[in-house]
Design a protein around this ligand. Structure first.
Ligand code: F6R
Length: 619
């Protein structure tokens, strides 16, 4: 959840600092409660760090420009151990004369024991962080061994937990050493300069040639080479690849916020996730499967583990996957699954859904499921991230980088990918519904154009958001696949506009929550397609009547041509007609737009809401 950048070049000038600051700007979404940089200069290490957003660090650097350098590291933090203060901000220093600087992403779980050992040796600490323990240990080992890579190897073998570490030493200008366990680190290969980053966004403005480090690896970069070893010291190699998106994709592309841009990228997110899913014979295929078809055919239970928005995507998927495969599907919040003594065996398929692929709660659930003997499959948006690596099979969503902290396009891509998975399993089992695979895939192909159409009709939603800026509470109702959509609408409003919002199953309202309705209470109702079976549509229309009769202000999301809702709606937001299972891919869009514009109307930071971070890498 912190952002990490490292750079080495040949020339002593401002490039190193500029590259690192540019990288931090792109990585700020990973955490933004403090930031810092360290440079190796002719006079040793010079560093600056500040609590608050990156602009505070920028101001400090403007007030006290740092000397030129060709070696720099930079960090943007989401606090775990120790509050977001200047003192706790990274880099932390170690070694004789503080000649070493270190930055860290993750949590060092055994830091108490290590700190005690160092304190007993007379080492003094200036912060409350676990990171400073690693800095002091590394400084001590460097002073003993005189080699930064060797010192790193000793230190990482003493650390427990999740960490990416980058370090520089005053005696080693032109060298940055990095290490990773359970936390990401990517090398960027330049010409006479090399880069390190938590993800490729850190250096995408400079190179697309990347090397992803494996678990428990150490990398040493100089301007002309990168050398990888395992934590055991044995030579190793990362996975080299070319980044297919460019710097513009990591920037706002003319939109005022990343979130608005990402909402408008949703047609692409769905279309790209659908790309290349069939082989020459028209059969569906997954990305990386290390489970045999026979084992998958034997799956008798599916458990989806995920958090937040990703869990709502899982709840949507449950309806469709059960419908197509007749395999029972459970959705479990990953942090609940991990500690609830789940009933799982070799015929259970545990499907994790994660945009970042780094969410610690989800990762721990996947590891636990593997330990219990389940097959694990990851639906993920981030190549090379930890969760897909820990899973037996992967289905990547192709939403592109999601920078805004609140998830939008990843949600649509996750539903799309889960639908592909459901249809794939149906195809494998040869169930009756396998025949539907082709027609559903064909209808899915038409969804991007419908989202595009829908995005063009959002003027009234924007107007509503603007005049509702003072609203204190909003309710969201839905049934069937509309229920998780209602909860997602409420989550978006909570996190973006800091408004109390709840999503309910519309049928549940009369069992209690209807007491919340009084005159003027705004309620969004996600109405199912009139083609939904079991008269569900009629039932929801009745629910609207019930709350309208009690004074609610009803804002109804209904399909084109659904006239039944008109008499009971204060506002109708129309979505293009589609079959019931695909409706969530459309119905959520007005809810995202509403939350985005209400947040903007309140003057809030849409891309970086308070207290949140993009990837939550602590349990
Ligand atoms: C909400 C949001 C979060 C994430 C959740 C899981 O807008 O973004 O609820 O969906 O933290 O994150 P990933 O998908 O990265 O595992």
């Amino acid at each position: 959840m912190c952002g990490i950048v490292g750079y080495v070049g040949r020339t002593m000038d401002d490039t190193a600092l500029d590259v690192v600051m540019e990288g931090l700007t792109r990585l700020e979404y990973r955490g933004y409660d403090s930031a810092g940089v360290a440079l190796v200069t002719d006079d040793g290490i010079d560093a600056e760090k500040r609590s608050g957003k990156l602009e505070n660090l920028r101001a400090a650097l403007a007030a006290r420009p740092l000397p030129t350098s060709r070696t720099a590291i930079g960090h943007t933090r989401w606090a775990t151990h120790g509050g977001p203060t200047d003192g706790n901000a990274h880099p932390h220093r170690g070694g004789e004369g503080d000649r070493l600087a270190l930055i860290h992403n993750g949590i060092i779980e055994n830091f108490h024991v290590l700190k005690k050992e160092l304190v007993e040796e007379g080492v003094e600490f200036r912060s409350e962080t676990d990171t400073e323990v690693a800095a002091k240990l590394l400084g001590r080992e460097y002073d003993r061994l005189g080699d930064l890579t060797k010192a790193m190897q000793v230190v990482v073998n003493r650390l427990e937990g999740a960490f990416t570490l980058l370090a520089v030493h005053a005696d080693s200008p032109g060298t940055v050493v990095g290490a990773r366990r359970n936390s990401p680190l990517v090398v960027g290969l330049g010409d006479g300069e090399n880069y390190l980053g938590s993800d490729v966004a850190a250096f995408i403005g400079h190179t697309r040639q990347a090397v992803e480090l494996g678990q428990d690896q150490i990398v040493t970069i100089t301007p002309d080479r990168h050398e990888v070893i395992g934590f055991d010291g044995a030579p190793a190699e990362g996975r080299a690849y070319e980044v297919t998106w460019d710097a513009a994709a990591a920037e706002k592309g003319g939109y005022p916020t990343f979130m608005e841009k990402e909402i408008h990228e949703q047609p692409h997110a769905v279309a790209d996730t659908l790309l290349g899913r069939t082989d020459e014979s028209g059969r569906l295929v997954l990305d990386e499967v290390r489970i045999s078809e026979e084992q998958l055919r034997g799956v008798d239970r599916i458990i989806i583990v995920a958090c937040g928005t990703a869990a709502y995507a899982g709840m949507v998927a449950k309806y469709a996957v059960e419908h197509w495969t007749r395999i029972p599907v459970e959705v479990s919040l990953a942090h609940e699954f991990r500690y609830c003594d789940p009933i799982v065996d070799g015929t259970t398929l545990v499907v994790s859904i994660s945009q970042s692929g780094e969410t610690m709660d989800t990762l721990m659930a996947v590891k636990h499921a593997s330990d219990l003997g389940a097959m694990t499959l990851s639906v993920c948006n981030t190549h090379g991230s930890t969760i897909p690596r820990e899973s037996d099979a992967v289905l990547y969503t192709h939403a592109g980088p999601e920078i805004a902290v609140a998830s939008t396009k990843a949600f649509l891509a996750q539903i799309t990918a889960c639908y592909i998975l459901g249809l794939y399993l149906a195809q494998l089992r040869g169930e009756t519904y396998a025949d539907d695979a082709k027609s559903v895939m064909a209808e899915l192909q038409g969804i991007p154009a419908k989202i595009e159409d829908l995005l063009g009709r959002m003027d009234r939603v924007v107007e509503m958001a603007n005049f509702m800026a003072d609203t204190r509470s909003v309710l969201f109702l839905g049934r069937n696949v509309g229920y998780p959509v209602a909860m997602e609408g409420a989550l978006k409003l909570k996190e973006l506009a800091y408004i109390h919002a709840e999503g309910f199953a519309a049928g549940e309202l009369k069992h209690g929550p209807i007491a919340l309705i009084d005159a003027g209470q705004p309620v969004f109702i996600v109405v199912p397609s009139p083609d939904t079976p079991h008269e569900l549509h009629k039932k929801v229309v009745s629910n609207i009547q019930e709350i309208r009769a009690r004074g609610a202000r009803t804002i109804v999301i209904a399909h084109d041509g659904d006239e039944d809702v008109e008499p009971y709606a204060n506002e109708v937001i129309r979505i293009p007609r589609c079959s019931p299972m695909l409706a969530p891919l459309l119905a959520v869009v007005p809810l995202q737009i509403f939350a985005l514009h209400l947040s903007t109307a309140k003057g809030l930071d849409v891309d970086q809401p308070r207290n949140l971070a993009k990837s939550v890498t602590v349990e």
